[in-house]
Ligand binder design. Structure first.
Ligand code: ATP
Length: 315
């Protein structure tokens, strides 16, 4: 069954050097929250499978080829004629402020259904990873997420959800309506500090209450991300704060996905909560220190690189 199964939408990513409205050069890559996590895990040596639909087009081939090249198992991913591969355009508008433009409505990925996902969960992996983006893509993807959560729970596989709210895809109310019912069946919840309320019961009104309510509902680990401030991890008997690693920021996009890859890698390796968070802030820091969502993620021998002295030369 492998270590981790994840699924979602991966798009062609076009990153403009200047302002898109002025024309000029763009760099072509791929981006998707779940496949970013998959690449992060594969680079650390874990066996990870990504499932998703791409269009029957050249950018779809790019998505599959990239994931294959990164050592991600795509045997259950496929192209579908019903829509094109989605696309995300980005430009650096001012300083670190990045403008994101989606062309993803009606994409092939929005036709994902439980039938695409369930076969890939048998034999069961050690972990299933989901994000709150997938249920925002349409009825089928939302069904697929619910089916995967049920299947994981039925076979005793821990499921991890990164809330990953995308305000361009749906409202906070719609997200909460879809995500709250999943919470009791999840083992790990990862959320930014402003996203916790989208998955915790509405009756809880402070972060402390939200964390407590989720742990009471049976979630084993609640992880709260705080950007440059690091993250907090909560279990029934432990709360740990881990500061972010100090790095020069190149591009903050992808930090959250890199963080999840590091966290799940630590979990698969049997690290304790402090060790898991330590690896998560390390992979998160790699993502912000390098441009691109996933390009700079570390291999296992590179995990210690942030401890090397500035100005040293890698040989
Ligand atoms: P994104 O949506 O951009 O991927 P996010 O909002 O999901 O990010 P963040 O909380 O911004 O996630 O970042 C996740 C983790 O990455 C943080 O907990 C931290 O460990 C690391 N990180 C983020 N920003 C920085 C930074 N400026 N310097 C060092 N580490 C950072």
């Amino acid at each position: 069954g492998g270590d981790v199964v994840t699924f979602g939408e991966t798009m062609a990513a076009l990153r403009a050097d200047g302002l898109i409205r002025l024309g000029g050069t763009m760099r072509l890559s791929v981006a998707g929250a779940e496949s970013n996590v998959a690449i992060g895990l594969a680079r650390l040596g874990h066996r990870v499978r990504w499932i998703g639909l791409v269009g029957a087009d050249e950018t779809g081939e790019l998505v599959l080829r990239t994931l294959r090249a990164e050592g991600v198992d795509v045997t259950h991913a496929r192209s579908d004629e019903r829509g094109p591969t989605g696309m995300i355009l980005t430009e650096r508008r001012v300083g670190e402020l990045i403008r994101v433009i989606y062309h993803r409505a009606g994409s092939a990925a929005s036709f994902l259904s439980p039938d695409d996902v369930l076969p890939a969960l048998d034999p069961p992996p050690r972990l299933v990873h989901l994000t709150g983006i997938t249920p925002a893509l349409g009825r089928g993807p939302a069904e697929a997420v619910r089916a995967a959560v049920r299947a994981a729970a039925a076979s005793g596989v821990p499921a991890c959800l990164d809330v990953n709210h995308r305000a361009r895809l749906w409202s906070r109310d719609q997200a909460a309506e879809a995500l709250r019912p999943l919470a009791p069946s999840l083992s790990i919840i990862v959320a930014s500090d402003d996203e916790l309320e989208l998955v915790a019961p509405a009756s809880a009104t402070t972060e402390r209450d939200r964390v407590a309510a989720l742990l009471d509902a049976g979630v084993t680990e609640v992880i709260v991300k705080r950007g440059g401030e690091g993250a907090d991890g909560h279990t029934a008997d432990q709360a740990v704060h881990t500061p972010a690693r100090r790095v020069q920021v190149a591009d903050v996009v992808g930090a959250g996905d890199a963080f999840v890859a590091g966290y799940l890698s630590g979990l698969l390796d049997g690290l304790d909560l402090t060790g898991r968070l330590g690896r998560a802030v390390t992979t998160g820091a790699f993502a912000v220190a390098c441009s691109g969502d996933w390009e700079g993620l570390p291999t296992r021998p590179e995990l210690g690189l942030l401890d090397t002295l500035p100005g040293s030369i890698l040989r």
